[in-house]
Design a binder for this molecule. Structure first.
Ligand code: IPM
Ligand code: MN
Length: 364
């Protein structure tokens, strides 16, 4: 597998290097060969090349089997308009790869059940998957921009039926393999795009009679996520709603640093933690790398098609947490606080010790 690694800004390089370390160790133990090449994106790319998504990065990403990204965003560029900021590099990357379905799983982690601000009875057993549409809506709709005198600005929420249909299929397929419940989230009492969304989802639903479908307004969904999160299985929603709801869902796992994501459906799959670049803690070796490491596990599952390797990383993450190791974001009185690097080593060790060495009789 050829993997392009985009460490990006802030804590991106630190968490990415641990994800890569675990990925390489576990891949080797499972007989998968991995080659990696690092490229620039975001603020660092602007500083070094003038562009947040340089051509060399685009070419390398398009020629690879998967892209692993750290995070993008740098306060140095806060004064710029969206079209000049580091984040536009990430949006261009997503568009270039073509993946329109961003899968963001969020589950209550037994070892972290007391690290959430929510009461245990409320969220214990939560296991949901947000399917976020990633290439449409307000993030990409035209027209957009400032009026000449900057006294007015516009963004456009736009969806075609085809765009809704393709992401809905991904969500229904996922629901079919899970608890067969799909919640489509919109704002159909106010937005035309949401009315279209609802109509298309209902049409696709007819092809999946075994999946139970409900429609929920996004404001109500935001509330249910913290009052009754176990009611959800798959949540299907548009780009911006999915962005917001997935940060909220992170509360259920204890820390935003825990959430992983995979973007599928395009030519090259993209794997990135849900968290941002956290500039306030960058370079201190204290960031939580588990979201990035879990994204590497998703890479092994979807692009590498090696469920065993993916599951060994996920089990190792749980094991390390059960043993009481925590990065600073999750630390409490009973835990052993470890650095970003130590966390990466611990997960790799546990994943490898659970993997049988490759022998002639069990080689893939
Ligand atoms: C995310 C991030 C990005 C997004 C930003 C950095 C552009 O918040 O992946 O959730 O809004 O999609
Ligand atoms: Mn976000």
């Amino acid at each position: 597998m050829q993997i392009t690694v985009l460490p990006g800004d802030g804590i991106g390089p630190e968490v990415c290097s641990q994800a890569l370390f675990v990925l390489k160790e576990v891949a080797a133990a499972n007989g998968l060969s991995i080659e990696t090449e690092e490229h620039l994106i975001g603020g660092r790319a602007i500083r070094e090349t003038g562009s947040p998504f340089p051509q060399a990065t685009e070419a390398a990403c398009k020629a690879s089997d998967a892209v692993l990204l750290g995070s993008v965003g740098d306060p140095e560029f806060d004064h710029l308009t969206p079209s000049e900021r580091p984040e536009i590099g990430l949006l261009k990357l997503r568009k270039a790869l073509g993946g329109f379905a961003n899968l963001r799983p969020a589950a209550a982690v037994p070892a972290l059940i007391d690290s959430s601000p929510l009461r245990r009875e409320v969220f214990e057993g939560t296991d949901l998957l947000i399917v976020r549409e990633l290439l449409g809506g307000l993030y990409f709709g035209q027209p957009r921009g400032f009026a000449a005198d900057k006294g007015e600005a516009v963004n456009t929420m736009r969806y075609s039926a085809a765009e809704v249909e393709r992401v809905a299929r991904v969500a229904f397929d996922a629901a079919r393999g899970r608890r067969k419940r799909l919640t489509s989230v919109d704002k159909a009492n106010v937005l035309e795009t949401s009315q279209l969304w609802r109509k298309v989802v209902d049409r696709v639903a007819a092809e999946y009679p075994e999946v139970e479908v409900e429609h929920l307004f996004v404001d109500a969904c935001a509330m249910h996520l913290v009052t009754d999160p176990t009611r959800f299985d798959v949540i299907l929603t548009e780009n911006l709603f999915g962005d917001i709801l997935s940060d909220e869902a992170a509360v259920l796992t204890g820390s935003l640093g825990m959430l992983a994501s995979a973007t599928v459906g395009g030519n090259v799959d993209l794997y990135e933690p849900v968290h941002g670049s956290a500039p306030d803690i960058a370079g201190k070796n204290i960031a939580n790398p588990l979201g990035a490491i879990a994204s590497a596990a998703m890479l092994l599952r979807y692009t590498g098609r090696c469920e065993k390797a993916a599951a060994s990383i996920e089990a190792a993450i749980n094991k390390v947490l059960e043993e009481g190791y925590r990065t600073a974001d999750l630390a409490d009185a009973n835990s052993t606080v470890v650095s970003t690097e130590e966390m990466g080593r611990l997960v790799a060790e546990r994943a490898l010790s659970a993997t049988e060495p490759i022998t002639a009789s069990n080689a893939a």
